[in-house]
Design a protein around this ligand. Sequence first.
Ligand code: SF4
Length: 106
Amino acid sequence: MTGYRSDVPENWFVDPVNLGVPGVRRPDHDEDTALAWQTDALCSQTDPEAFFPEKGGSTRDAKRICSSCDVRGECLEYALNNDERFGIWGGLSERERRKLKRQAAG
Ligand code: SF4
């Protein structure tokens, strides 16, 4: 273990080296394609704690990184499809993603 806070999900980032290794994440998922975008994830080169701030903590740093990330769209789509509840994905916070979903639902 690397000493991250316990509220950082262990599966939040899959090491690109492990992509394609069967069973490393959700065995019933087609993770090869579902997570392929993570090889270009800018946040993989940064501190993951910025993406899982304490309640009320700043999301500014994470969002700034997301804004220059090449796979922002894929990341957000993945988070929405998989109902990721915690953290910043695709530049949006939990609350912003919920809002987006509500809007999409009409
Ligand atoms: S959009 Fe943000 S959270 Fe998603 S992969 Fe890029 S840097 Fe990471």
